[in-house]
Design a protein around this ligand. Structure first.
Ligand code: ADP
Ligand code: MG
Length: 323
């Protein structure tokens, strides 16, 4: 690939093609929005999954289909949108078996039913390369209320839902690099898009995104889009018991920089703490305050992970990069 990185490529070569459409958010947000009828906007996101990159070729086909649907729904969740429609493009190697395809369709059917999605189009082609799948999800959000990455303000608390790092360790289980542990593996294979939370955060959160490339890197996206810096207290990052048991030997770094969490990362002013605690109880979902946003100063990097003494921990890389 070129020497330019993923985000540089998008910013330099693709973003100008948005031709000033405000809802494209400069190609820097989880979803784009388009004015819809009746006081609503369409929130739209597309994501591709490649065998060997986002899932393992021998993963169960129903779970591959469901992961494809859910990573797209996670972007709708991060915008506060309710899912409505799905488009699906499949690039199948010729060797796919009928059993595999049946399993894939069954997984797709289960999640379309479960999330109230109608499959309205797509494309099906053969490829000499690995299995490659792409989906586009369309959701509805009240006009002008989509949650954005760029609306964080100095002094906001930083919050995250659920627990962080399970999927990164689940991948190690899937690769046979760690002892079998089904709860971690499931977090890697079957994300849980936080749709109810996203809807409830409209009007409560300032900025929001979903964590797909790693907590530290993704908070960096909120910081950059909001022209701010951020601090996270390492001890506050919510970890499952299974991840806690793996914290030795660089485990914390793997948890906060590993991908595939699909939790919501959001900012809100301190006066919303009570409301957010109540929301977590209502949804029976852990919501944890992990840090704060601050004016962009001279401190580098823009997101600092602090230990108990307030010293910034050195990270080899903040998150996953495709190139
Ligand atoms: P997410 O992890 O939320 O799916 P990405 O990191 O994949 O977001 O993408 C970041 C932003 O870049 C998004 O706004 C996405 O729409 C945009 N983007 C990524 N690739 C392309 C592309 N090939 N053409 C246009 N926009 C793109
Ligand atoms: Mg996203």
């Amino acid at each position: 690939m070129p020497s330019i990185d993923e985000f540089g490529l998008i910013a330099r070569l693709f973003a100008p093609l948005a031709r000033g459409h405000a809802g494209a958010q400069g190609l820097q947000d989880d979803c784009a929005t388009i004015d819809g009828p009746g006081g609503m906007d369409w929130a739209i996101s597309t994501d591709a999954l490649v065998a060997g990159v986002h899932f393992l070729p021998d993963d169960p086909p129903d779970l591959i289909a469901r992961k494809l649907v859910r990573v797209n729904l996670s972007d709708l969740a991060s915008s506060g949108a309710r899912p409505r429609f799905l488009l699906l493009s499949c690039c199948f190697p010729r060797a796919m078996t009928a059993d595999w395809l049946e399993g894939f369709a069954a997984g797709l059917a289960a999640d379309c039913r479960g999330f109230g999605l109608a499959l309205i189009g797509g494309d099906t082609v053969a490829t000499p390369g690995p299995l490659t799948l792409a989906a586009t999800a369309l959701g509805e959000v009240p006009s002008g209320q989509a949650l954005l990455r760029g609306h964080a303000r100095p002094g906001d608390d930083v919050w995250v839902s659920g627990t962080i790092g399970d999927a990164a360790f689940g991948l190690e289980v899937a690769l046979g690099q760690a002892p079998d542990q089904s709860d971690l593996l499931e977090r890697y294979r079957l994300p849980r898009p936080r749709l109810e939370l996203g809807v409830a955060l409209r009007g409560l959160a300032h900025a929001c995104m979903d964590v797909s490339d790693g907590l530290v890197a993704d908070l960096g996206q909120i910081a950059a889009a909001s022209h701010l810096h951020a601090e996270i207290r390492a001890a506050e990052v919510p970890l499952s018991a299974a991840v806690r048991a793996r914290l030795g030997g660089g485990g914390l770094e793997r948890a906060v920089t590993g991908g595939d969490d699909y939790e919501l990362l959001f900012t809100a002013p301190p006066e919303r703490r009570e409301a957010l605690a109540a929301l977590g109880r209502r949804l029976d979902l852990r919501l944890t305050r992990i840090g704060r946003m601050m004016p962009a100063g001279d401190l580098r990097p823009p997101v600092r992970l602090l230990d108990g003494q307030g010293t910034a921990l050195a990270l080899r890389r903040p998150g996953y990069r495709h190139f």
